[in-house]
Design a protein around this ligand. Structure first.
Ligand code: PLP
Length: 401
């Protein structure tokens, strides 16, 4: 070929094989090239024995899928563009018009919003159930129920459910369960051993660890269930970018170290805050008196977790009723190291105030619905500096009357 433009597209140089480095390579593709027509016709996008199209997998995404499956203790994984997309992938793969899905009352908010929006529009109904009460779940399972969502602990309000008992109730009735395991990150407890059929995670949180990537995973042990999820994934076009996958691959080796560090720091700060007169309730499953503490203890201590157990770097506090929400807002604004922002799992400590009344279905709420709730995600700053930050901001709380 004599034209440079053609030579630059079809260059003859092939680098030597056998390159080995600690970090997997980044393979970027929409198009995947086949050696011949027979190969093009023979290739099956459903399996990891070859490549068909970037959306269905590259060496980079296959490697990340296998590592996330290992993290969760599962066999198959599909990657999706966010944690919420993982929830959507499960709903769309397993539900049809006329079906019903049951969601914990204290679930991650957008899971409920998806049910109230698109699922309802498509003729799929839902009910919220009390995640702390397996009898409530049992009573709500009906002939239309096809899927039960599980989450531990509840989002923001942090009640730790009797997970295995909930999963067993669904199993008794032959209903598939899907666990949102973002908090546990595959480290604090084993979602499959707890009875879940599908385990999803927002890789956006601890697996990414940087606050800079959005991604989700859907993991299964069952081949047929995986194929259903993979089929919906293919039809929906829920692929992930190679650079994002590479970022998560780079963060994964340190996830357990980071998770334990976030956990230790959060427990130190939660223990300190709990003693303060401004705080009415601490919501952290590893603390006695927090809703579902015994369930956390049963699931997340012992084995690799040790006697101290494992918990994410996440907790909420409810301020004493004497503080109006404007005062709690002033506390949040006064924080300097804790920054205001959603999500968690990265190096920066974060804080968000929430209105408790909107967090739980009033009919199911079992604990005081008074006082303003603030959720903390503890990052990787020095604990002493974070404690000093909380202390100075508590000063602003009483000042802002
Ligand atoms: C953050 C989060 C999600 C959603 O993850 P995104 O990547 O932000 O869509 C889902 N479930 C839980 C429990 C989460 O904390």
């Amino acid at each position: 070929m004599s034209h440079k433009s053609t030579d630059l597209v079809h260059h003859p140089y092939v680098p030597p094989a056998g390159f080995l480095a600690p970090q997997p390579g980044v393979f970027k593709a929409s198009t995947v090239i086949f050696a011949n027509v027979a190969a093009l016709r023979a290739r099956d996008w459903r399996y990891k024995d070859g490549y068909t199209y970037g959306l269905h997998g590259t060496p980079t995404t296959f490697q990340l899928e296998e590592r996330i499956a290992t993290l969760e203790g599962g066999r198959h994984c599909v990657l999706v563009p966010s944690g919420l997309a993982a929830i959507a992938n499960v709903d769309m793969a397993l539900l049809a018009a006329g079906d019903e899905v049951l969601i914990p009352d204290n679930a991650y908010g957008p899971n409920k919003a998806l049910a109230e929006g698109e699922l309802k529009r498509w003729g799929i109904s839902h009910q919220l159930y009390d995640a702390m009460n397996p009898d409530d779940l049992r009573a709500r399972i009906g002939p239309k129920t096809r899927l039960v969502w599980l989450e531990a602990p509840g989002s923001v309000t942090m009640e730790f459910p009797p997970l295995a008992r909930l999963a067993a109730v669904a199993r008794e009735r032959g209903v598939t369960t899907a666990l949102d395991n973002t908090w546990g990150a595959g480290l604090a407890f084993d979602g499959f051993a707890s009875g879940a059929d599908v385990v999803v995670q927002a890789l956006t949180k601890y697996p990414s660890g940087g606050g800079d990537v959005l991604m989700g995973s859907v993991v299964t042990r069952d081949d047929a269930l995986h194929l259903k999820l993979k089929l919906a994934h293919m039809r929906l076009g829920f692929g992930v970018g190679a650079n994002d996958a590479e970022t998560v691959l780079r963060s994964l080796p340190s996830i357990e170290l980071r998770y334990r560090a976030h956990d230790r720091a959060a427990r130190a700060l939660a223990g300190w805050l709990r003693q303060r007169p401004e705080i009415a309730h601490l919501l952290h499953p590893a603390f006695e008196g927090s809703p579902g503490h015994a369930n956390w203890k049963a699931l997340c201590t012992g084995g690799d977790a040790g006697g101290e157990g494992l918990a994410a770097g996440l907790f909420s506090v409810v301020f004493d009723e004497r503080y109006a929400s404007a005062q709690v807002d002033a506390f949040c604004d006064a924080l300097r190291l804790f920054r205001l922002g959603y999500s968690w799992g990265g190096p920066v400590s974060l804080v968000v105030p929430y209105d408790i009344a909107t967090m739980r279905d009033a009919r199911l709420a079992t604990w005081p619905n008074k006082g303003v709730l603030v959720r903390f995600s503890v990052g990787l700053e020095a604990v002493e500096d974070l404690r000093a930050d909380l202390e100075q901001a508590l000063g602003a709380l009483s000042g802002a009357r």
